[in-house]
Design a protein around this ligand. Structure first.
Ligand code: PRX
Length: 692
């Protein structure tokens, strides 16, 4: 039985061509603005009538099939791609229940394919060779470039040939540490072409974080560039890579090849530190290689990439995705959640260093033969109108971003938006954290001129693709709700005992069955995979998120329920920040919690106990922040250091974060029971030091 399916079936189905729904407190696009908390926002009839999925009934029909006949549903879609050899007799082979043995997820096993071939060669063969694959926009206005599908294929082949030449083989790891240059998706696709496993590390991570990842996956090569401009500042990435490679060598992992793209506008070749024999300039070697390169065919279950993400312990987790299921899933979610049409110009502001950039800058769009805008710079450089300048310049039709950007642009005022036309826009998207209804409305009313549905896509590094998302032509939306599950996904809300709760409720969000894009393991640690995701609630994948379902069946994500915080859509483990803080010799102990932050969603709030005798000082505060920047990266810098003579602990020594969260958010009348603390007095001391 499927509770969700029963639930939607029991809902009063909305008539198709949503325009004339009167029993819903409807706001018809273009005629009035969405203001009330519980309003439904409907796609216009014009939008719905042209959409890939046009009505709730059509969604329901497809959804039902995807649940009742997943093999048929997904193999029909998979057949649209090129397979050198079709998969075996099982479309999906899974064990989702730890009580029945090890967790195993396999899709299209035995199928032989290549995702790079499906992204590029297949599209070129289908006549899209001259279609623009990438519009690249540099940090400086006026600096740009384009690549057609044929050109992209040629460049990918050159890099693939080079990688083969230096001995990178199927299954080998390659670390990519690049900013948003075209070379980043090129490098990813080149790895995929030869069956190498890429691990992209966001170029905002510090040398220490990069070293940690190098040590874990032991790559055959590192691909980077010498420097990058962030706003008006040049950051010397190559220095960071050098430091990381040295650090790795001391830990027994040596790197023989470092391929360096010369980013001329940020730093000249001569000014770049160099290690002869190991370092090689991209521009010196890549153009010499042939522009065709045969494909290494792989099994659907061969690994495609590793992407490290934060968990509740200090050690990042290497999320492993495989080829076939991920390919089918990212392509399908992209097509439906954004109502993709071949004429669209699509821009996702995410960096390829995060999962969003993997699934929805590179693979999902290119599998659909889409034209993608890749922007190198900061969204508010040189001013807060830059995004809309770019939208107008390329006639962007689908714009996908994070709530934190929406909130920061909203704060800067409407004038930066309204002075651009934006009339090309037709679908907006949001990802990374819950979007608060007021930011949703601003995005909808001001950016989208009350014309463009917003796909608020809930998903995770682990899920590979969208899990709960509106299909923009099908469902009326509610500002702030991610709405309903994607095809094949069975979300359930469980209580703390793991019992499914039905109807209107809140609890922990779990998924009941596998979907093609699911991650298959944590690299080198299948046990942690099972413990973190499948043991908390046997029989389910546990997302780590809280969720409520309203009377209409809409899903509202409420944020992480574990020790992970979400800062500007970046996932950060509190344990990682704590371990960076205590690495400072004057820090005795640290406890980190998330607090509400107007722009970032959550801010990082750190309680710090100093070593006996060390005075509190502004200098120490700065040093502590610096320690975190150095160990993790600037994006993880604490917003607040709160001096703590002691931390609230239970008699068994466990820090009571619940109390710290209340102190951090100044909810002092909600501290709850403090009598179980080893020393209840600690709480008063902390409150006194609140504003110091
Ligand atoms: O808490 C959820 C939040 O981001 C987490 C996943 O982070 P990450 O793996 O870095 O992937 C981010 C991009 C997919 C989730 O556990 N999250 C992501 N999207 C949403 C969201 N929370 C609410 N609404 C969303 N649309």
């Amino acid at each position: 039985t499927n509770n969700f399916l029963r639930h939607v079936e029991s809902m009063k189905l909305l008539p198709s061509g949503a325009g004339h729904i009167s029993h819903l407190n409807a706001v018809i696009l273009g005629e009035s603005l969405a203001t009330e908390e519980d309003d439904f926002v409907l796609p216009s009839q014009d939008f719905a009538s042209k959409a890939n999925v046009q009505s709730p009934e059509q969604y329901l029909k497809m959804y039902k099939r995807s649940i009742e006949d997943p093999a048929g549903f997904w193999s029909d879609i998979a057949s649209e791609f090129y397979w050198k050899q079709r998969w075996g007799n099982k479309v999906c082979d899974e064990n989702f229940d730890v009580r029945k043995g090890n967790i195993k997820i396999e899709w299209f096993k035995g199928g032989i394919t290549n995702i790079c071939y499906n992204c590029l060669d297949r599209n070129v063969e289908a006549g899209l060779g001259d279609k623009i694959a990438i519009y690249w926009e540099g940090n400086e206005p006026g600096l740009d470039g384009t690549l057609t599908y044929s050109q992209l294929l040629q460049q990918v082949c050159q890099v693939a040939n080079y990688l083969k030449d230096i001995g990178v083989k199927k299954g080998d790891a390659v670390i990519i540490y690049l900013p948003m240059l075209m070379e980043l998706p090129i490098a990813m696709l080149a790895c995929a072409r030869i069956g190498a496993v890429h691990s992209v590390v966001f170029a905002g991570f510090s040398a220490e974080s990069l070293a940690q990842r190098i040590i874990d996956c032991k790559p055959k090569a590192v691909i980077t560039c010498n420097a990058v401009k962030r706003g008006s500042k040049a950051i010397h990435l190559k220095d960071i890579v050098d430091a990381a490679i040295n650090d790795s060598a001391q830990n027994g992992v040596s790197i023989d090849v470092c391929l360096v793209y010369e980013n001329l506008l940020a730093l000249k070749r001569e000014a770049t530190k160099w290690k002869e024999g190991r370092d090689i300039w991209w521009q010196d070697v890549i153009p010499k290689y042939p522009t065709t390169c045969s494909v290494d065919w792989v099994d659907a279950e061969d690994p495609l990439f590793l992407l490290y993400t934060s968990g509740s312990t200090g050690k990042p987790k290497g999320v492993l995705h495989t080829t076939g299921g991920y390919m089918v899933y990212t392509a399908t979610t992209f097509k439906y959640a954004f109502d993709y049409k071949p004429s669209d110009i699509y821009w996702c502001t995410a960096d390829c260093g995060w999962i969003t950039g993997h699934s929805y800058v590179t693979y999902g769009p290119m599998l659909n033969g889409a034209t993608v805008v890749v922007y190198e710079g900061a969204p508010n450089y040189p001013d807060s109108g830059r995004c809309w300048d770019i939208v107008d310049k390329y006639k962007v039709t689908i714009f996908y971003t994070a709530p934190t950007l929406v909130r920061s642009l909203m704060r800067d005022g409407d004038a930066f938006v309204t002075c651009y036309s934006r009339k090309s826009l037709r679908v907006l998207g949001s990802v990374g954290e819950p979007i608060n209804p007021s930011a949703w409305r601003w995005f909808y009313n001001v950016v989208g001129d009350s014309r463009c549905p917003i796909s608020d896509t809930w998903w995770q590094t682990e899920t590979g693709g969208f899990m709960i998302t509106p299909l923009p032509g099908a469902w009326p939306q509610k500002p702030g709700s991610a709405t309903f599950p994607f095809f094949g996904v069975q979300p359930v809300i469980v209580d703390e005992k793991g019992v499914e709760i039905e109807g209107e409720c809140s609890g922990y969000l779990c998924i009941k069955n596998s979907w093609p894009g699911a991650f298959r393991t944590l690299y080198g640690d299948h046990e942690r995979y099972e413990t973190t995701y499948f043991k908390p609630f046997s029989g389910y994948y546990f997302s780590g998120d809280g969720c409520s379902r309203d009377k209409d069946g809409y899903h509202w994500l409420t944020g992480r329920v574990d020790d992970v915080i979400n800062v500007s859509g970046h996932r950060i483990g509190t344990a990682e920040v704590e371990s960076a803080l205590v690495s400072h010799p004057q820090c005795a102990e640290a406890a980190v919690v998330g607090v509400e932050h107007e722009v970032k969603g959550q801010g990082i709030y750190a309680f710090v106990t100093v070593v006996d005798g060390v005075p509190y000082s502004e200098e120490l505060r700065k040093d502590l922040v610096l320690a975190v920047r150095k160990q993790i990266g600037a994006f993880a810098a604490p917003d607040k250091i709160h001096w703590a003579p002691g931390l609230p602990k239970t008699r068994s020594g466990k820090i009571m974060r619940r109390i710290l969260r209340k102190i951090a958010s100044k909810q002092l009348d909600e501290l709850g029971d403090t009598s179980t603390l080893a020393d209840p007095n600690v709480v008063n001391q902390l409150i006194e030091l609140s504003d110091s």
